[in-house]
Ligand binder design. Structure first.
Ligand code: NAD
Length: 336
């Protein structure tokens, strides 16, 4: 198979590329990434000699058409996005430009050249939020009720992708996934931020809504789910990928501090952000029943390995932390 991975220099994309090169060594993998502040070539260093890397924007239709033709691409997997929910509150235009308008460039290129599958990676956040004590979860038929600019831009991109299936017959599939954790995540996101701050004895900034919960999945469980959807998932279908493993933000901080043997006094409360979603929970019975996918990573040991990875890879995250966007308070992070 010949695979194009857009956004492959980001957190999930780079883990997916490493996973794919190991699971399918006979395949050709091309990565297209705009290398925004969140993109990092070094995240692909372990597979550098196994892939073709192209620095470019997925919204550049002419470029994407050329890549699709020259590399005779069968399947496109789209991870490219602006992904930092808190940054979207400060700079929403940037999120709609990338997550909606650039996605359209990719869709149009796929439509004009033709591909066997365009798989689009989305999020649980398109559905809005749940009460902390609710027994509900979101399934694939739940209505979209995004409440923040990031969530709305992701919702719009999902709608655009689906519209190309219904209108032009573009063979698409979509996965909406819970919060991923693992190595190579930009230190603006909660687990790498808390781990790297704790390593340096810096405060862990907890938004005052520290009881908000998130559902966590190891990034390689997510990568395997996408592989199964590309392989056996129905064209035009959406699959949820979640674990039902929930942690509040404060529980996560406590767990990370305990792994690193650091004092709980490092926890510091900071003012909440607007329209902060309390909780999301995905019903993943469709992918489990139809494709036989199950998560295999245990959260405690997966988190320990992840925190140790940040301890051992300071050279990777230190330069990224210096270029991370900040607001006037100097704190800007998202709990994912
Ligand atoms: P990330 O911010 O780490 O990576 C995004 C990558 O996209 C970066 O390498 C960036 O340079 C690249 N990019 C941005 N704009 C581009 C463009 N126009 N053309 C080409 N490349 C571009 O994000 P992530 O956490 O790896 O998320 C990947 C995808 O998964 C996103 O669509 C996100 O919404 C979705 N998602 C993430 C999570 C999570 O927990 N991180 C959960 C569910 C869904």
């Amino acid at each position: 198979m010949r695979l194009l991975v857009t956004g492959g220099a980001g957190f999930i994309g780079s883990n997916f590329v490493r996973y794919w090169c190991e699971a399918h060594p006979e395949d050709n993998v091309v990565v297209l990434d705009a290398l925004t502040y969140a993109g990092c070539r070094e995240s692909l260093s372990e597979v550098e000699d196994k892939i073709d890397f192209i620095h470019g924007d997925m919204g550049d239709k002419v470029l994407v058409e050329q890549v699709l033709r020259e590399h005779r691409i069968d399947v496109v997997v789209n991870f490219a996005a602006e992904s930092h929910n808190s940054l979207a509150i400060i700079d929403p235009q940037r999120f709609f430009n990338t997550n909606v308008m650039s996605t359209l460039g990719l869709l149009d290129a796929c439509r004009s050249v033709g591909v066997a599958r365009l798989h689009h990676v989305s999020t649980c956040e398109v559905y809005g939020d749940l009460a902390l004590d609710s027994n509900d979860s979101f399934n694939e038929a739940s209505p979209y009720r995004p409440r923040t600019p990031y969530n709305a831009s992701k919702a719009a991109s999902d709608h655009a992708v689906r519209s190309y299936y219904y209108t032009y017959g573009l063979p698409i599939s979509i996965t909406n996934c819970a919060n991923n954790y693992g190595p190579y995540q930009f230190p603006e996101k909660v687990i790498p931020l808390f781990a790297t701050n704790a390593l340096d004895d810096l405060p862990l900034p907890l938004y005052s809504s520290k009881d908000n919960k998130r559902e966590w999945i190891h990034v390689l469980d997510h990568a395997r789910a996408i592989d199964m959807v590309i392989d056996n998932g129905e064209v035009g279908e959406t699959y949820h990928v979640g674990t039902e493993l929930e942690r509040s933000v404060e529980e996560l901080a406590d767990q990370i501090l305990s792994i690193l043997n650091k004092p709980s006094s490092l926890k510091t409360i900071v003012p909440d952000r607007p329209s902060h979603d309390r909780r999301y929970l995905l019903d993943s019975s469709k992918i489990r029943g139809a494709l036989g996918w199950e998560p295999i990573y245990d959260f405690q040991s997966g988190l320990e390995d992840t925190v140790r990875w940040y301890r051992d890879n300071r050279a990777w995250w230190e330069p990224l932390k210096k270029r991370a966007p900040v607001d006037e308070s100097g704190v800007l992070w998202s709990e994912r």
